[in-house]
Design a protein around this ligand. Structure first.
Ligand SMILES: [Zn+2]
Length: 161
């Protein structure tokens, strides 16, 4: 994806107030992010572990969503990320929920997905980060990226629709 600026990121959020978007923790190392290998930008708030954020190009433009990370149960288990289909053990995958945009969100409606806890799906897909195991697939990286982007876009649509 194209490198993003802090102001573009803050302006992209669809499911939090303008004040929240202004205050939320945007990564300090934007200049060093591996943009060429990223299909979307995702990060955790280092000082508030229950908060995560995802920003992606989605048809009409840049869409950012604030996510709430469900607490881990502590049980050792194996689970698969719904975005990149990487299988992790332990707490490598988390249930993350996004409050829906607008009136639906104010009424308490949200959309959830199981996502790599570090939101580094793009790097797992490209083998730049090792999760130990990925399912064997005969499709190309480009096809995996396309599928992941389609899943992310569908998730974002559910948040804004
Ligand atoms: Zn993932």
């Amino acid at each position: 994806m194209q490198p993003l600026t802090e102001s573009a990121i803050r302006a992209s959020f669809v499911n939090c107030t303008k004040g929240e978007a202004k205050r939320l923790a945007v990564p300090k190392d934007l200049a060093e992010r591996p943009w060429g290998d990223l299909d979307f930008l995702g990060w955790r708030d280092g000082s508030a572990t229950e908060r995560a954020y995802l920003v992606a190009e989605s048809g009409a433009g840049l869409v950012g969503v604030a996510l709430r990370v469900a607490p881990q149960t502590g049980r050792v288990r194996r689970s698969m990320c719904s975005f990149c289909l990487t299988t992790h053990t332990g707490d490598g995958v988390s249930l993350m929920t996004a409050r829906k945009a607008g009136k639906d969100g104010r009424q308490g409606n949200s959309v959830g997905a199981y996502i790599c806890t570090d939101l580094a799906c793009s790097l797992y897909l490209r083998g730049k980060k090792n999760a130990g195991r990925r399912i064997d697939e005969s499709i190309t990286l480009a096809e995996k990226v396309e599928r992941t982007l389609a899943t992310v876009t569908a998730f974002l649509h559910k948040v804004v629709e």
